[in-house]
Design a protein around this ligand. Sequence first.
Ligand SMILES: Cc1ncc(COP(=O)(O)O)c(C=O)c1O
Length: 403
Amino acid sequence: MQGTFAARAQKLQRSELAALFALAEEPGVISFAGGFPDPEWFLPEITEISDRVMRTNRGVALQYGPTPGFTALREFMAARLTGQGMRCSAADVLITSGSLQGLDLVCKIFLEPGDVVLTEAPTYIGALQTFASYEVDIVSVPIDADGMRIDALESLLADIRAGKRAGGRMPKFIYTIPSFQNPSGCTLSLERRRALLRVASRFGVPVVEDHAYAELRYDGADLPALRALDEDDVVIHLGTFSKIFSPGLRLGWMIGPRPVIEKAILFKQGTDQCSNSLGQIMALEYGKRGLIEKQIEVTIASLRKKRDETLKALRAHFGDSVSYTVPQGGFYTWVTFPEGIDTVALLPRAVKEYSVAYVAGPSFYADRSGANQARLCFSQPRVDQIDEGIRRLHACFGARVGQ
Ligand SMILES: Cc1ncc(COP(=O)(O)O)c(C=O)c1O
């Protein structure tokens, strides 16, 4: 039967991550792998809210809903986003089944096989998987501590326009995670945010902004979203309830240029018809009671402790033999080990023999580079497990690293 699968299905490989996540869930494993919220952050009020919705609004909560989402939630989100400098009305907000669906809808709108998408390198694995299913080529721009290198972006686009790279195929869009990027933890500076928008407008390439972690800042001053700075209407902004409420309820949102939102609604109709009705009602109630803000506070306080503990343990166990990013928010630090370390090859041993898990660097690069790098996600382990987890990692990497 496989012989009759479409070419895009033939090309998709088994997800190494799925196998790893299964292993990482074995009892006793300290996992720095999955980018999951700590269940401790879900507020207890959610039980009462779900009970109440079931008692008073079951007919709506268990029914299909409108494709763009419930108007009351869209209104709530429009007010919230406007408060963050992204002026919009309810009609501009599309509620999605997670921000990953938002990204998939964007792909449906823009991509044909053989097109080019531009990403940061490294970038979010889920996005790379989504792009792969549309049979596109990825070109990428390196990042540093201030996020995407806009000088490199500009020269790449100029080279493409001149026909010197990517076969002269201009990217259909630039995919970026400007705040507390997955996997690097790095944040695009304000100056670079402005520069990115200037470059995108000049070359006529839309920007897809993935805002997954932006509200989880524990150090430094807030930065405006790209969409908030977007005078030329080139930014499609994807947000998610996954990190500020619950990933299990699969809810996100999309705002952006009107024609994009209109097409996205049409594609969503044929994708899943509507997002989770029960979840939308619960999210609205959670939001209206101020519990999203309360959960963010709880999350930030916890993440700050876990970040501090992770960086302290890296320094204590690995000394100067590794470098790592210092995130000001979000879930991740990105570690670079000495040349010659192969994080892919060491991973099965780390999990099976040392009971510690991480995600190996090459998973985050379209060209599978980054062999001596790894993403450590510190959201899930308890604070009192972190030092032990990093100690195990060092023991596993053994004589190959210093200290
Ligand atoms: C950068 C980034 N974008 C999107 C997502 C997916 O979010 P959602 O649960 O809203 O689909 C994640 C989840 O880890 C992420 O890290």
